[in-house]
Design a protein around this ligand. Structure first.
Ligand code: SAH
Length: 350
């Protein structure tokens, strides 16, 4: 299926030559008129994909209680910034605020700040969290109070560059045109691109690099160096190796060049890159299922189950399994936390 962006990108490539994968992803996701996130709310059964906070309120409850305990462990600052990167429909933050009311003073001390690129999603977020403020990037988050930050499935939406190991050097995977003018992947020499990955790669291997990630993480680390924390959850693993860029439309994978702007495009997150950018202020990486178990999701699930019957009970049990089971999201998704120099990390992280 060709889309308006297919033609815009083909014209640009005809004029200027092949573009890096990161430029392709950036245009597909955030082109001002035809970008995926700029034009739609992609979540839910009628959309293209679903996320942990949309699967069950328990996800936001567990992260919210961990945040609130971190706030208490740090002396309950009377004013703090409760920020979220890429809040989607605002469901996670709504659940965090609801459960946070159980902790006296927590919600009253919080100023919610959303970092969100999409106007469509800002409107959806405003219906669930009307008191939020919105900014365009992490460096615009107010710096006059401690920062407590959440990010679920934000970093996978950031564009990556892809490099393929050749016999002696590297080539960059780019989007170019075939003889008939259709988009196709092509390689461009990239001498010396990632010299530190020679020892653990073979010719043909792909390594992905997310150019925006280190700056965002370093900014968050600086903000929480003297107080606050960050909890980051996403799919991915330690140490990038292999091609993980994928397109999803109507819950079905499709070729990444098939429908630019009409399909979600993501890449797995390299948690090692997060740890490197956060330096000494980072916890160990933990699988989502283990994190949620540590935070008490099973007893919460049992409590909620008591008031449910029939199809609602079945859906609740399935949601618990989906969030935690290693064959579902429990192992593919990982979490990591940032904290002040010398700790502590929020509960659930070591
Ligand atoms: N956290 C939500 C949504 C994940 S989808 C959930 O778990 O349901 C990715 C989110 O990041 C969307 O809200 C999208 O609009 C936003 N986003 C993607 N790229 C962004 C960027 N560069 N800057 C700010 N927000 C971005």
């Amino acid at each position: 299926m060709s889309t308006p962006l297919t033609h815009i990108l083909a014209a640009r490539i005809r004029a200027d030559g092949p573009i890096p994968m990161s430029s392709y992803m950036a245009e597909c996701l955030l082109h001002p008129t035809h970008g995926y996130y700029t034009t739609r709310d992609p979540f839910g059964a009628a959309g293209d994909f679903t996320t942990a906070p949309e699967i069950s309120q328990m996800f936001g409850e567990m992260l919210g209680l961990s945040m609130a305990q971190a706030w208490m462990d740090q002396g309950q600052p009377s004013r703090f910034i409760l920020a979220e990167l890429g809040p989607g429909r605002g469901t996670l933050m709504a659940d965090v605020l609801r459960v946070g009311r159980a902790v006296p003073g927590f919600v009253e001390a919080a100023q919610v700040v959303f970092v969100e690129a999409s106007e469509v999603l800002r409107r959806a977020q405003a219906t669930r969290v009307p008191d939020a403020r919105w900014v365009d990037s992490v460096d615009q988050i107010p710096a006059d109070a401690p920062l407590f930050l959440l990010a679920n499935e934000f970093f996978d939406a950031l564009p990556v560059r892809q490099f393929q190991r050749q016999k002696v050097d590297w080539a960059e995977v780019c989007v170019g045109l075939d003889a008939g003018g259709a988009l196709q992947l092509t390689l461009r020499p990239a001498p010396g691109a990632i010299p530190n990955r020679h020892s653990d790669t073979q010719p043909g291997d792909i390594v992905e690099v997310c150019p925006a990630l280190p700056g965002i993480i370093a900014e968050v680390a600086t903000r929480v160096a003297n107080g606050g924390c960050a909890i980051i959850v996403d799919y991915g693993d330690w140490h990038s190796l292999g091609d993980t860029v994928q397109a999803l439309r109507a819950h079905t994978p499709e070729p990444i060049l098939a429908a630019p702007g009409a399909a979600d495009l993501t890449a797995h997150v390299d948690f090692e890159a997060i740890a490197q950018a956060a330096q000494k202020q980072v916890s160990a990486m933990v699988p989502q299922g283990i994190l949620l178990e540590r935070l008490g999701i099973t007893s919460r699930a049992q409590t909620l189950a008591k008031s449910l019957t029939g199809a609602a009970l079945d859906a609740h049990i399935a949601a618990h399994r989906r969030l935690t089971h290693p064959d579902e999201m429990g192992h593919l998704f990982k979490a990591i936390a940032l904290g002040p120099k010398g700790g502590p990390f929020p509960p659930g992280f070591v």
